[in-house]
Ligand binder design. Structure first.
Ligand SMILES: Cc1cc2nc3c(=O)[nH]c(=O)nc-3n(C[C@H](O)[C@H](O)[C@H](O)COP(=O)(O)OP(=O)(O)OC[C@H]3O[C@@H](n4cnc5c(N)ncnc54)[C@H](O)[C@@H]3O)c2cc1C
Ligand code: SF4
Ligand code: SF4
Length: 414
């Protein structure tokens, strides 16, 4: 294990110009070695770079620092008295959108990839941190520092597995990259923000994805085998706003399954422990977040958190079909019922799952209310999991905004 510092500031910032900063003396952890966050490690990649020197302060699972992160990134922490900010984080603008024309093979319409391409084409950045896939396995992530639009496009579509994105920070020194756009999920962004001041960069833009229920590659196999009729041919899937999982297969055919038809007992342990203890669903530290769950079916949902986020959106806004975000329905009874059903690991027969799915799709929450449904369901489940499995961590690890949300529901006894 390398020497570990408590601060990412450069030694020269502290008036000791000759002493090398901690990361200048550190080495990445050996591949396969135990990580400081142990079973909670999300494999964000920081430990695979010399910035492991700051892991105790930077790791999302060793040090919860939402308020400090939001304040440093956006100039203020989220306003918890504002219901939208309580749920969706610091926001200066929220919209729904679709890229026109869509990028073929992207997860949704390809807004994220298009921003990456435009950021390179316009010279806003020298490189884009994104995730390509292994030539041998569509779902094995390969993080890269993309220097060309083609390399960014090769990273389109989700790799729905834990991805060591920050390992490529190791390639920054000597690369000539001074301006970087980093695309990533919440745990990666938390660690990146914590070491940002010590990176050899003049400018960092962060384009975030919302993220929940991620899995290891082995866990993904269990999920696909339990949920799809043809697990070997799945090339793309998404939990959509119509309360169904949509699978696309290599021969082009689609398959859907209502959320309520999932084999909950078989899947209870499939999600990574990191993701069962994660409260950064909406990627609070990113400049701009591009997801889908606050938008109507088929559209994407964007949250601009600060002026750098608007700069990123400016790169593509003329190519977007932009709309307002809407909200309807009332999620609360459904969330409360779901807490009990999940805890008892209930599995509905397919006909009943289809019926419940049909009814919820008709009268259930939509738009931002669907987003709140998903956040409430995951935060309550994760709080129970964390309090049962890591009671010593729960109090410090659950951020105050999540505690407020969780306190609105009755949780089972531990
Ligand atoms: C694991 C995961 C879970 C998600 N869950 C939700 C959710 O619950 N609700 C929601 O609203 N949105 C979620 N998203 C985001 C959403 O699915 C889309 O990725 C997003 O809307 C962008 O779509 P796009 O067509 O613009 O992306 P594309 O243009 O297809 O680009 C996708 C980008 O994702 C990056 N990426 C792919 N896999 C990973 C990974 N494992 N880690 C980090 N970066 C990756 C790639 O580098 C690429 O740049 C999730 C994304 C991921 C990766
Ligand atoms: S989550 Fe990241 S920073 Fe934390 S232990 Fe794992 S690799 Fe290291
Ligand atoms: S759910 Fe949270 S911990 Fe898991 S990969 Fe996504 S952001 Fe990271």
């Amino acid at each position: 294990m390398t020497a570990v510092s408590s601060s990412p500031e450069r030694a020269s910032d502290q008036g000791v110009p000759s002493a090398p900063a901690p990361h200048e003396r550190a080495r990445p952890l050996a591949k396969g070695s135990a990580k400081p966050a142990k079973d909670l490690c999300s494999d964000c990649g920081l430990c695979d770079s010399r910035w492991v020197a700051y892991v105790r302060q930077a790791c999302a699972f060793l040090n919860q620092r939402f308020e400090a992160m939001e304040t440093a990134a956006h100039g203020r922490a989220r306003d918890q008295s504002n219901e939208d900010e309580l749920y969706f984080g610091v926001s200066q603008r929220m919209l729904s959108a679709r890229l026109q024309p869509a990028i073929e093979g992207a997860q949704w319409s390809g807004i994220v990839s298009r921003i990456g391409v435009r950021a390179l084409e316009t010279g806003l950045v020298d490189a884009v941190l994104c995730v390509q896939q292994s030539p041998h396995d569509r779902f094995t992530p390969v993080p890269v520092l993309a220097r060309t639009p083609e390399q960014v496009l090769a990273a389109r579509v989700n790799k729905p597995t834990l991805s060591p994105n920050l390992e490529v920070l190791e390639q920054l020194p000597g690369s000539g990259i001074r301006r970087l756009l980093a695309i990533g999920v919440g745990c990666q962004v938390q660690a990146l923000r914590a070491v940002q001041a010590s990176l050899p960069l003049d400018q960092l833009y962060v384009l975030g994805l919302p993220c929940v229920d991620n899995v290891s590659r082995a866990g993904l196999q269990t999920f696909l085998e339990s949920a799809s009729a043809s697990p070997a041919t799945v090339v793309h899937y998404e939990f959509m706003q119509d309360f169904r999982i949509h699978f696309r297969h290599s021969d082009g055919h689609s398959e859907t399954l209502p959320f309520f038809g999932l084999d909950t007992p078989a899947l209870k342990n499939v999600f990574a422990p990191s993701c069962l203890s994660c409260f950064d669903y909406v990627n609070g530290g990113a400049d701009l977040v591009v997801g889908y769950m606050g938008a109507s079916f088929g559209r994407q949902w964007l949250t601009v958190r600060n002026p750098r986020g608007q700069e990123l959106l400016d790169l593509v806004e003329a190519e977007l079909d932009v709309g307002e975000v809407a909200s309807s329905g009332d999620r609360r009874a459904a969330v409360q019922q779901g807490i009990g059903a999940y805890d008892q690991a209930l599995k509905l027969p397919r006909w009943l799952a289809e019926l419940v799915g049909f009814l919820v799709q008709r009268i259930g929450p939509k738009g931002l209310e669907y987003g709140r449904f998903s956040i409430d369901s995951h935060f309550t489940r994760n709080a129970i999991w964390l309090r049962r499995n890591h009671p010593e961590k729960a109090e410090q690890h659950i951020p105050s905004f999540a505690k407020t949300i969780i306190s609105r529901y009755r949780l089972p006894t531990l």
